[in-house]
Design a protein around this ligand. Sequence first.
Ligand SMILES: C=C(O[C@@H]1C=C(C(=O)O)C=C[C@H]1N)C(=O)O
Ligand SMILES: Cc1ncc(COP(=O)(O)O)c(C=O)c1O
Length: 271
Amino acid sequence: MHSWVDGQPADALSLKDRGLAYGDGLFETIAVKSGRPQLLERHLQRLAEGCRRLALTADQALIRSELQAYAAALGEGVLKLILTRGNSQRGYAADPATAARRILQGSALPVYPLAHAEQGIRLFPCTTRLAEQPLLAGLKHLNRLEQVLARAEWRDAEHAEGLMRDTSGRVIEGVFSNLFLVSQGRLLTADLSRCGVAGVMRAEILFQAESLGIPAQVGDISLDQLQQADEVFVCNSVYGVWPVLGCAGMSWSAGALTRKLQGITRALLDA
Ligand SMILES: C=C(O[C@@H]1C=C(C(=O)O)C=C[C@H]1N)C(=O)O
Ligand SMILES: Cc1ncc(COP(=O)(O)O)c(C=O)c1O
């Protein structure tokens, strides 16, 4: 399916685009099933928050309608929205009145091995660390070199994801997912006020946990806390939940709470 730029089929972009020049923009990666973008409200909520924090001028209603139209035409797959701050001359300064450029791209759903969800995965212990920058923390912005460097640290099929820590050594997330641990029936996921991406699946899992009366906490996670956990899983808005069986010398089993949340998220992504 053709990409769209500002609502029109297009496969080219201005060389003056600030997303290309400086990573000046945001993106959303949205699963599409039966012609509908899954978890759309959460994606739009994160996008609006990113536009607010980066002072990006974008018509949220227009973005919503375009996403729905593109998803209806795509049918099933991954819909990627890239929002850039449009064109500018050379230099970091931008015209605040410039409207954001909307890029929509469709691709097939990734075919991950069934074993990732059914049995679980191993995490590669990445040495690349996440820089602590509260102004950008939580945003799914276009500056993804940390994830590119981290993902280049392994090529073997034994590791389906990586473990990323921040420059202070805190356990933060995966390379393309968020991370939860379960200890004595309580969920814990990393505080993302310094770095990391506040995933929509992470938000949905925290909402479901509250609805189910499952104790859940957002806070700092040490490597020791991770090692001592009863269960560990990773999540994102494309694959849902994967149990984590090991990382470096640490190991866990795919426990009951992981399976419960995996079932809930699978139903949400197949809705
Ligand atoms: C990196 C992108 O999106 C991330 C990757 C995945 C995935 O590979 O399953 C899903 C959502 C995002 N965390 C991207 O280029 O879209
Ligand atoms: C670095 C990073 N963390 C977490 C996530 C999970 O986000 P989501 O649940 O919105 O897919 C992603 C996916 O884009 C990511 O790239």
